[in-house]
Write a protein of this length. Structure first.
Length: 249
């Protein structure tokens, strides 16, 4: 039996070309959709912190990533939001003296402290000591406690939004209400009642300095009188809050 093989002719070539063109068009459409999805994701990541910070400008944060992490670890969550007017000026001065003496002068970053920390790192030490109150607030509100360059980059990026959108007064108010001050203890009010059985408004200079002294390591240290707290108490006397609140003239 003889098989009849004939050339397809122009119509067969045209069908193959049309099929190839359809595949190319499909690939271009998929690539376009993927690119659009990536662009949208980038915009969300870029602007999401700003939207959340706008929300936190008027509403207390319900919880933070660190609170959730510690709760999973079994520490629980003890916190009570209070406005800055109900937090002792002694504690406000103490945390500024202990953590960020230039809080009212910088725009979120203490570049002199950053240079010192980088020099220490180049000499073989740990990269510590350059976080301002603004940076710590950004970390506390949005990030996790691990010491990685990725987290530090995110912290710096969020700090820019924080300083752009919020006043120094609101930044300090957020900080003093979400900062970790012991296992499962967050904020000035919960810490004051837990350690001293007083409200945050009634903290004495000594008690405020003791609370501020545990900030570098609140899971290991407890507020007690000592050389560090006495140094903080002495430095706090030179911190001026202003007539209308922190950093206000």
């Amino acid at each position: 039996m003889t098989q009849d093989i004939r050339p397809e002719g122009p119509s067969g070539d045209r069908r193959r070309e049309e099929a190839a063109e359809r595949r190319k068009e499909t690939a271009r459409r998929i690539a376009g959709q993927a690119g659009l999805a990536v662009a949208r994701a980038v915009l969300v990541v870029f602007f999401l912190p700003a939207f959340v910070i706008l929300f936190y400008a008027v509403v207390p944060p319900p919880a933070t990533p660190l609170m959730i992490i510690r709760a999973v670890d079994g520490h629980g969550i003890s916190k009570q939001w209070v406005p800055l007017t109900r937090i002792s000026p002694h504690l406000q001065r103490a945390v500024i003296a202990a953590e960020d003496a230039k809080f009212c002068q910088h725009g979120g970053f203490d570049w002199a402290a950053v240079d010192t920390a980088l020099t220490r790192r180049r000499e073989g030490g740990r990269l510590v000591g350059a976080s301002t109150i603004s940076m710590q607030t950004a970390k506390n509100l949005f990030l996790w406690p691990a010491r990685t360059y990725f987290r530090k980059g995110g912290e710096a990026y969020i700090t820019v939004w924080l300083e752009t959108i919020l006043s120094k007064r609101r930044i300090l108010e957020l900080y003093l209400n979400v900062v970790e001050l012991g296992p499962g203890i967050y904020g000035a009010e919960a810490a004051a009642r837990h350690y001293f059985n007083v409200s945050a408004a009634d903290l004495s200079p000594s008690q405020a300095a003791q609370l501020a002294s545990v900030l570098p390591s609140p899971l290991r240290w407890t507020p007690t009188p000592g050389a560090r707290s006495r140094t903080i108490e002495a430095r706090a006397r030179s911190v001026t809050l202003g007539q209308n609140g922190p950093c206000a003239r």
